[in-house]
Design a protein around this ligand. Structure first.
Ligand SMILES: Nc1ncnc2c1ncn2[C@@H]1O[C@H](COP(=O)(O)OP(=O)(O)OP(=O)(O)O)[C@@H](O)[C@H]1O
Ligand SMILES: [Mg+2]
Length: 270
């Protein structure tokens, strides 16, 4: 395998709960408890598993939204878990997240132009609005939206269009790694397929690496190169998409596969 862009070893993220236990001790939730995987340049690795198994916590730890308890995460050769907020700031351009709820992640008071321009100025990718507007129009075109939408606000768009804007805000920075956490889960099934196809096309065309987090194996089947199956904070099985879907080894993977709603799988693959 070519050198990984992201290499995670024995990652643990534990949470201390506030509620005291029977003898007054604090309870520890081992949300992520010894996870290891690599992502190669241009590869899509999916993380699947039932609700509460720790998928989002992996993504949130990698982007410093949660603090790791132990382990390593080498990104481009440096351990990002040990970086201070100031040291991590320049990497925020390279490691971008797409969230489940596009509306919650878009500021309702900003126009689309402001929404997409803001990160360009933060990361020094545009010197003035004339430069920014060129990049914004190009990126809107990439996600299938007309330049006229620039003056409008998030509430004027449907869920699918808002997620396109959320994707544009990520792609405009030309990141190296995208962490997509349930990126299409909040959308209607018919819209899910369109947005999923868009994410896949942008990822292929740009060669970005992706950690694609989803509880939905039908969606995962469509987008992944490899799949890691998570159960109670650990990865129980990892393999190529073909291996996981055609020849699952672990009983838990088989259980997940048997629960895929057939109609949804067919629509997504159509
Ligand atoms: N900040 C936190 N403090 C305490 N416990 C947390 C925190 N964040 C997550 N947890 C717990 O860690 C476990 C893993 O949560 P996580 O959100 O990573 O699961 P998930 O696999 O993403 O689930 P879902 O499919 O529902 O999104 C859960 O038991 C959750 O309640
Ligand atoms: Mg989650």
């Amino acid at each position: 395998m070519t050198e990984a862009i992201l290499s995670i070893r024995d990652l643990k993220t534990h949470f201390q709960t506030q509620a005291a236990g029977f003898l007054g001790e604090k309870k520890v939730i081992k949300a992520v408890d010894g996870v290891s995987f690599d992502i190669a340049p241009g590869e899509v690795l999916s993380l699947v598993g039932e609700s509460g198994c720790g998928k989002s916590t992996v993504g949130r730890t990698l982007t410093h939204l949660e603090k790791s308890t132990a382990g390593q995460a080498l990104f481009d050769g440096q351990d990002i878990l040990t970086l201070s907020p100031a040291q991590f700031r320049p990497l925020r351009r390279d490691i971008q997240m797409i969230f489940q709820d596009p509306f919650a992640s878009l500021n309702p008071r900003l126009t689309i132009e402001q929404t997409l321009g803001e990160p360009l100025f933060i990361h020094g990718l545009a010197k003035n609005w004339a430069e920014a507007r060129v990049l914004i129009a190009e990126t809107l075109d990439l996600v299938g939206m007309a330049p006229e939408v620039m003056t409008r606000h998030p509430h004027e768009f449907s869920g699918g269009q808002r997620q396109r804007i959320g994707i544009a805000r990520v792609m405009i920075l030309k990141p190296k790694l995208v962490i997509a956490d349930e990126a299409v889960s909040a959308l209607d099934v018919s819209i899910q397929a369109q947005v999923l196809n868009l994410i896949k096309k942008l990822q292929r065309d740009s060669g970005i690496s992706m950690l694609f987090i989803s509880h939905d194996l039908g969606v995962v089947r469509h987008i992944s190169d490899r799949v890691a199956v998570m159960y109670q904070g650990e990865i129980v099985e990892m393999g190529t998409k073909h291996e996981i879907f055609e020849n699952p080894q672990h009983a838990y993977t088989r259980k997940l596969l048997s629960a895929i709603p057939r109609i949804k799988t067919r629509q997504v693959n159509a």
